[in-house]
Design a protein around this ligand. Structure first.
Ligand code: SF4
Length: 384
C-alpha cells in the first residue's frame, strides 16, 4: 500500500473516498476526494486534496501541501484512506491493479512469526467500514481476485464472514485468496461457515516446516497441531488449499522433506508456493538469524520443486527473481509481488526477463542481491 504524510484540516476520523478530478459529485453513494492542485472546493465531494501550502477557509475536510509525487501517480477512480494523523494510504490503484484488490481485516495476530513483514499490533479503529466501502465502490470494476490478509484475518470471525459473503454478492466469480496461519480453522464449524460464505476461497496457509520443532521456532507459537487439523478440516470441506513456505535459515535444509511430507500427507493440496522473504518488520529485525542466500538453497529448492512437479502437484516459486534461481526452475517462477511493491536495480534494464520478473520488494530494507541480467537475444532465431 503506497502511503504519504500530509497536512490536514477538519479530519477527525478516517475518510475513505474515490479520487476524482470532476468538479461535481452527484453520486451520493460514493464518497469522493476531489483532487485539485490549486485547492478550490466544489459541490458534492467529501474531501479536497491539494498541493497548496495552506487550506482555503472551509468547514469541510482538506488534505493540503501534498507531495507532487502523489499528484503524479494518483488517477481518477483510485481509492484512498486519510486518517487523522495525516497519512494518506492508497488502497486501490486503478492503473496498477485493475483486476484485484486487498482487504486488510486486522493488525492483530495469534502467531508471532520470526520473518513477519508486518508485525502484529493493536487495531486503533475497526477496519470494517473501510473494507465495506472498498467492496462497494469497486463493484462495477472488472475484479478477478480479492486478497484477504492481516494480521491474522480469522481472528475477526464476524467481520471476516460478513466480508467474504459480501465479496460473493458483489463479485460472484472473483477468486478470494485468504492468507491465514490456520490456527482458528482447526475449529471445524468455523472452517465450514467460511467455506459456505463464499465458494471461491483459496485458503493460503503458512506452512513453514514439516516438523513441530522448526515450526514452533519460526512461528514463535505452538500452533503446529492446530494447523494440521485445519488442513484436514479444509480437505473434508473440499476447499482449495495453498501451502506457503517462506525459505529461511531454519527450514532451507529440509525443503525436500517438507515437499515429501506434503505429498504423502496432503496429496489434495491445490498449490504449494516456496517463497522469498520480504525483508521488513520482524524479518529485518531478525535478518542475521533467518536470512539465507538463494545460492545456498538453490539445489535443495530445485529438488523440492521437481519432487512435487513429478508427482503432478501444482508448485510455484514466489518472490524470487529469475536470475537468483537455477534455470531449471524458471517455469515455476511467478511474478508474485504486488505491482506497487516491485522494484528493479539499474542492471535489470538489460535483462530479457524484466517484463515477467517480480524484481525485488521496494519494502525490502536490504539490497545486496547479486542480480545478473539475463541476456537472451530477441534476434537469436535470425542469427541461427
Ligand atoms: S536482473 Fe532484474 S529483471 Fe532480470 S531476473 Fe534479475 S531481478 Fe529480474
Amino acid at each position: 500500500m503506497t502511503t504519504c504524510k500530509t497536512k490536514i484540516h477538519n479530519i477527525f476520523k478516517p475518510i475513505v473516498a474515490r479520487i476524482t478530478s470532476s468538479k461535481y459529485n452527484l453520486n451520493f453513494i460514493t464518497d469522493t476526494a476531489y483532487i485539485r492542485e490549486d485547492g478550490q472546493f466544489t459541490f458534492g465531494h467529501s474531501i479536497l486534496l491539494t498541493s497548496k501550502t495552506s487550506p482555503q477557509k472551509t468547514s469541510k475536510p482538506v488534505a493540503y501541501d501534498i507531495d507532487n509525487d502523489f499528484f503524479k501517480n494518483a488517477s481518477d477512480g483510485d481509492i484512498i484512506q486519510i486518517t487523522p494523523d495525516g497519512i494518506i494510504s492508497v488502497l486501490w490503484e486503478k492503473r496498477l491493479n485493475p483486476h484485484d484488490f486487498t482487504l486488510f481485516i486486522t493488525h492483530q495476530c495469534n502467531a508471532n512469526c520470526i520473518m513477519c513483514p508486518q508485525p502484529p499490533k493493536k487495531d486503533e479503529y475497526s477496519l470494517m467500514d473501510t473494507n465495506k466501502k472498498i467492496l462497494k465502490y469497486l463493484s462495477k470494476e472488472p475484479i478477478k481476485m480479492i486478497g484477504i490478509t492481516g494480521g491474522e484475518p480469522t481472528l475477526k470471525k464476524n467481520d471476516l464472514l460478513e466480508l467474504t459473503s459480501l465479496a460473493y454478492k458483489y463479485y460472484p466469480s472473483a477468486d478470494i485468496n485468504l492468507l491465514t496461519n490456520g490456527k482458528k480453522l482447526s475449529d471445524f464449524n468455523y472452517a465450514k461457515e467460511l467455506a459456505l460464505s463464499n465458494p471461491n476461497i483459496t485458503f493460503c496457509v503458512s506452512f513453514p516446516s514439516d516438523n513441530m520443532d522448526d515450526s514452533n521456532e519460526i512461528m514463535r507459537t505452538h500452533i503446529y497441531v492446530d494447523v494440521l487439523k485445519a488442513i484436514q478440516n479444509l480437505a473434508i470441506l473440499r476447499q482449495k488449499i495453498e501451502l506457503r513456505i517462506v525459505i529461511l535459515k531454519q527450514n532451507y535444509k529440509r525443503l525436500l522433506e517438507i515437499a515429501q511430507f506434503i505429498y504423502r500427507n496432503f496429496p489434495f493440496i491445490y498449490h504449494i508456493a516456496f517463497m522469498g522473504m520480504e525483508v521488513t518488520g520482524y524479518a529485518f529485525d531478525n535478518i542475521d538469524d533467518i536470512n539465507i542466500e538463494p545460492s545456498l538453497y538453490n539445489d535443495r529448492l530445485l529438488s523440492a520443486v521437481q519432487f512435487l512437479h513429478q508427482r503432478d502437484m501444482h508448485v510455484s516459486v514466489y518472490n524470487i527473481p529469475f536470475c537468483l534461481v537455477d534455470k531449471r526452475m524458471w517455469k515455476f517462477v511467478k511474478n508474485s509481488i504486488s505491482k506497487w511493491k516491485q522494484s528493479y536495480n539499474l542492471e535489470c534494464n538489460l535483462c530479457s526477463k524484466k517484463s515477467i520478473c517480480s524484481g525485488i520488494f521496494t519494502t525490502t530494507k536490504i539490497n545486496n542481491f547479486k542480480l545478473q541480467p539475463i541476456l537472451e537475444s530477441r534476434f537469436m532465431f535470425i542469427i541461427l
